[in-house]
Design a protein around this ligand. Structure first.
Ligand code: NDP
Ligand code: OXD
Length: 307
């Protein structure tokens, strides 16, 4: 079996070693080396030449959960299944990141740090938990993991998805008609939607205005779901109290971008849930073995839907 590997960053050796151990006998070529007729391509943000040179493959594995970058590649062969990562160690990381951001806000870590630095002993009134609703946009693999992690703290939890869900302890909202009611209940709004034609620009002024006054936006999905200028305007006007941002329209975030030094923004460089080599390779190798036996696999992307 021939595998074409185009991994993220400078981790080619780690990916190649893990893949060779998981699929003994497979010939692995690391892009820009490319075998004549690879059986499978494992890629992250592939360049347009890759599919043009690689020829037809049995399946393309996306080395991440979000597939917006691969779906944009003009040379993407039609009809070939695209298979994304499902959790693969990212759900636990995402749950940690979002829980930290929610609790920092709820327990007012920044306000108490400022009081300490001012040398002031002051007890602030506690937030009512019932008024500290957490709304999760996108209730897929990662959204569900975040809801489960937050549940023990007792915040009211709501989720918005394309299709209605039944999850104990979570109020399910679905479709555009139910978005306003969902936003109105979200003192903290966690974005875990895929970037698709229906979600890009979704968090604009109109949507942000529907959040309770003083709301906190946590975007850990994709930068283009948020309209940057509208977010800054909402923060400047005090309609939103803070934003925790891990993803941006342009990455790395350009040095002059106003997000960098905004006093109400905490940002991180797309690290809320990183792709873990061993977990990802184990998942992909198991799926390749199933495909080779003629069995079906989960995580196949619906190209028309965009995720
Ligand atoms: P899933 O595909 O499992 O879940 C996506 C969810 O979004 C589903 O609940 C889906 O609804 C919902 N959804 C999609 N489109 C719409 C829409 N138009 N309206 C309402 N709901 C919609 O994805 P994951 O949970 O695995 O990942 C989510 C995203 O997180 C990824 O696409 C990626 O962009 C981002 N991500 C970010 C990382 C980081 O480090 N910052 C790491 C990993 C992922 P339904 O269930 O009804 O289909
Ligand atoms: C992903 C990501 O989609 O890392 O997996 O953002």
């Amino acid at each position: 079996m021939d595998i074409l590997l185009q991994p993220p960053g400078d981790e080619a050796d780690a990916w190649r070693t893990a893949l060779a151990a998981a699929l003994p006998g497979a010939r692995i070529a690391v892009w820009p080396e490319a075998p004549e007729d690879p059986d499978y391509a494992l890629v992250w943000k592939p360049p347009v030449e890759l599919f043009a040179r690689a020829g037809p493959v049995k399946a393309i594995f996306n080395l991440g959960a979000g597939v917006n970058a691969i779906l944009d590649v003009a040379s993407l062969p039609a009809g070939v299944p695209i298979i994304r990562l499902e959790d693969a160690g990212m759900a636990a990381q995402m749950a940690e990141y979002v829980t930290l951001a929610v609790l920092r806000d709820y327990r007012e870590a920044d306000a108490y740090a400022a009081l300490q630095h001012a040398g002031r002993w002051l007890r602030r009134p506690r937030f009512e938990k019932a008024e500290f609703g957490v709304g999760i946009l996108g209730f897929g693999v990662l959204g569900v993991a975040v809801a489960r992690a937050l549940m023990p703290f007792g915040f009211p939890i709501a989720a918005w998805s394309r299709t209605r869900k039944t999850a104990p302890g979570v109020a399910s909202f679905s479709g555009p008609a139910e978005l306003p009611a969902f936003l109105a209940a979200s003192r903290v709004l966690v974005c875990l939607l895929p970037s698709t034609p229906s979600t890009r620009g979704l968090l604009d002024r109109a949507a942000l205005d529907r959040l309770p006054r003083g709301a906190h936006l946590i975007n850990v999905a994709r930068g283009e779901i948020v309209v940057d200028e509208d977010l800054i305007a909402a923060l400047d006007a005090g309609r939103l109290s803070r934003a925790t941002l891990d993803v941006f329209r342009e990455e790395p975030l350009p040095s002059g971008h106003p997000f960098w030094h905004h006093s109400r923004i905490a940002l991180t460089p797309h690290i809320s849930a990183v792709t873990l080599v061993d977990d990802s390779v184990a998942q992909i190798a198991a799926k390749i073995r199933r495909l080779e036996r003629g069995e079906s696999v989960t995580g196949v992307v619906d190209r028309a839907r965009g995720y």
